[in-house]
Design a protein around this ligand. Sequence first.
Ligand SMILES: [Zn+2]
Length: 471
Amino acid sequence: MKKSIACALVATLQVISPAVFAQQATPGPMQLQLRDVYRELVEINTTDSSGSCTDAARAMGERLRKAGLADTDVQVLVPPGAPKKGNLVARFRGTGAKKPLLLLAHIDVVEAKREDWKRDPFKLVEEDGHFYARGAADDKAMAAAFVANLMRFRSEKYRPDRDVVLALTCDEEIIPSPANGVEYLLKNHRALLDAELALNEGGGGQLDKSGKRVRMTIQAGEKVFQSYRLEVTNPGGHSAQPRKDNALYDLARGLARLGDFDFPAKLLPVTRASFARMADILGGPVGQDLKLVAGDPPDVEAIARLSRNPSYNAQLRTTCVATMADAGEATNALPQRARAVVNCRVLPGESVAEVTSTLVRVLDNERITVTPMGEAVLSPPAPLDERILGPVKAVSDAMWPGVPLVATMSAGATDSRFLNNAGIPTYGVSGMFNESESAGVHALNERLPVRSLYEGQEFLYRLVKTLAGGR
Ligand SMILES: [Zn+2]
C-alpha cells in the first residue's frame, strides 16, 4: 500500500526547482545567521528535569538587543518560584497604525536521554540534509526563525504598520503546568501580549519519503488534552502467599481492556474537508478510502482501514492511551498500590465528562479509581477567514506553486488554546515541511530537513511582512 502512495505522489507533486538545491548547497548570510541562532537555542538544554528556559530566553534576548532592539522592548519574565521557567517577550516597534501581531513559539523541549539517542540531543548535528537535535523541529526551529527574522527586519530598517511582538515561552510540553509561559504572561502581563492575531506552531508542511511536498498546512483547531491518574490499592501481603485480588493485576486487566477499545469515529467538518482534499492529492487505495470516509454517510469499512494508520486514527476519534505506570513496594510483597497515567486527546466539541465516564466504563473495575489530572482547557478554533488565509495562500503559492494549502485539525495540543480563549485568534502555520512519520517529534533522533528550516525562515519573513504591512 505504501508503495502505491509513493508512486501516486511522484506523478502529482511538483519537482523541486534547481534554485532551491543551489540555495541549500550554499546558505546565504541570512541563513547562516539563522543557523547560528538555531544552534545556540538547541544547544541550551530546556528540558524540565535539568534544563533552563530562562537561559534560552536570555540568550535570545541578548541577540535581539545586539541587533538593535531597545533594552526596554526586550524582557525576560520569570514566574515567581520558578527560576528556570523564564519567558522572553520582545517588541519590534511599528507605527502603531494597527493592533500588534504576536509571534509565539515555545522554547522548552521534551526530555531526551543521551544514551537512547544516536547523537547528542543537545548538539546541533547536520547530517544527510537534516538537522538533528532535541527541539530541532518542536519548536526551536520556529523560535529561531522568529528571532533571526526580527534581526533581519532591524537591519533593513523595516517599519511595519503594527508592532510585531515575539513571545518565546516555557512549559508548553507540560500539561498542566503552573509555569506555562503563555498562561503566566496572559495572567500577569496581558498588555504585553495584546494582539489582533497570532502565529504559532501546529501547522507546517508534509513531505513524502522522497522529499517532495505533499501539502502545506494551516492548523484550524486542535484536540483537547486531558490526562487521568488511575489507581488501585490493596492491603497487600506476603508474596509467598499470593491471593487472586492483586492491585497490579486489577490495573493491568483494566488497561488491557482500554487497549482493545476504540472511541467511536466522528468526522468533524475540518477533517472531512481535509480528507476530501487529500483524496485527490494522494489517489490510489488510500485516496479512495479518504474519499469514502469523506462521503455522506462515511463508509464504515474505509474508516476501519484508515484507523489502522495512527495519524488518520487520531483525526477520526477521541483517543485514550496508557503512558505511564508504577506499582509495588518490594520484590517480596504483594503490591499495595498500582498506578498509571492515561492520556486522552478529545475531539473538539466532545464532552470531557463523557470521556471520563467512558473510561470508567471501559476499565470496568470499581477498584480502579479514575481522577482527572488538572482541568482540560477547551478552546474553540480561531476563524479561518480571508484575513489569515489570503496572506498564507499568497506567500505559499509564491514559494511553492501548485502545493495545496490544507486546513487541518491538530491531534496534539498547543498553547494556541490559551491565546484563543483570551480573544487573540491564533493560527498554526510555519512553512516548515517535514517527514511526518520519521521526524522524531517527542521521540528519539528528532530532525528537520536543512532546506525546511531555511524555507520556513523565508516563508515566515514574507508572511509576517504581509500581515504587518508597512515598509
Ligand atoms: Zn511544540
